[in-house]
Write a protein of this length. Structure first.
Length: 321
């Protein structure tokens, strides 16, 4: 190495060391400035009261409910602590077991149908079609209606016009009201839940579809990609986070099916359509099983939390691939 090269190397090392020192000094100043920055008290005045109210109306009742689940309380009067007896009894109660199985059965059906229909409608509404905003409004109307009110309308349809139509067409299983059949009474509940839930899922999917750059589709079109490949290889992977959100929300809402049962079947016939939430309400508030059904509610909360965690973990990992 010549003296000139050695001098250039030394100058380069010196420049790098000075640059590193300058960067470290700047980072230190930025850190000190951040740590010494005063937070506006207005943020505390907004956040702290909201947190207190949130805790008072949500966390405190939840803690109280967990406490009552270890007692024999009927919702009034004196009570005593009985430990885990309510929880042990839940696992031996066939009515509770049926409610969980029925809730999972309709929840899976509702989740699959809602997401399949909503994704199809969202892709259609996101395309170049006439009267697009009008169709969006029409599909969103069911979500704005009260479940109980519209549920009674559907009850009349399943009790009167639909059986008459079944008789006219000679369809045996449709000739009598589905609401009176122990084996088919789940169909009206699933139908009503899907009919009303699709609207909200369509909105979420539309929001996801509108984040996709149109240039991606143009490039795919040049490469000769067909419609199915366009959806499966481009659209669906890019709206993965929105699909995960929809899946978790739909499953959670479907497992909590309550209004549809109250409006259509009232848990019947012969307790065939009792969901967990309906059983908690029926037994806890009107059946003298306050503490017992409170324990059921705590157990159901744990089940929902586990299912949501599994869904987020599973589909979240798929999004990163």
């Amino acid at each position: 190495m010549t003296s000139t090269q050695a001098t250039q190397t030394a100058h380069a090392k010196s420049a790098r060391s000075h640059k590193s020192a300058a960067n470290a000094k700047s980072a230190k100043k930025a850190k000190n400035a951040f740590s010494n920055r005063k937070v506006d008290r207005a943020f505390y005045w907004m956040a702290v009261p909201a947190a207190v109210i949130f805790a008072f109306f949500l966390y405190w009742p939840f803690i109280q409910g967990v406490g009552y689940s270890f007692t024999n309380s009927q919702g009034y009067g004196d009570y005593k602590i009985i430990g885990l007896k309510n929880y042990f009894a839940l696992f031996q109660d066939s009515r509770v077991g049926h409610a969980y199985l029925f809730s999972f059965f309709i929840a899976i059906l509702i989740t699959v149908l809602v997401n399949a229909i909503a994704l199809f409608l969202a892709v259609a509404l996101n395309g170049r079609i006439a009267f697009k905003n009008g169709f969006r409004a029409i599909y969103f109307i069911p979500y704005t209606l009260s479940v109980l009110v519209i549920g009674y309308v559907f009850k009349y349809i399943f009790m009167q016009p639909l059986p008459a139509l079944g008789q006219a067409l000679g369809i045996k299983w449709l000739s009598t009201s589905l609401l009176t059949s122990e084996t088919l009474s789940w169909i009206p509940i699933v139908f009503l839940a899907v009919w009303q839930s699709v609207a909200y899922s369509v909105l979420i999917y539309l929001a996801g579809l509108q984040t996709i750059d149109s240039e991606i589709y143009e490039a795919a079109q040049i490469d000769g990609v067909n419609a199915w490949q366009n959806f499966w290889k481009i659209t669906f992977p890019l709206i993965g986070p929105f699909f995960t959100i929809n899946l978790v929300l739909t499953m959670k809402n479907a497992l909590g099916t309550f209004d549809q049962v109250v409006a259509l079947t009232d848990g019947g016939p012969n307790s065939a359509t009792e969901t967990v939430t309906y059983l908690i309400w029926k037994g806890g508030l009107t059946g003298g099983e306050y503490a017992y059904q409170t324990a059921n509610a705590v157990l159901f909360f744990i089940v929902l939390a586990i299912i949501a965690f599994i869904q987020l973990k599973f589909f979240g990992s798929r999004e990163q691939v």
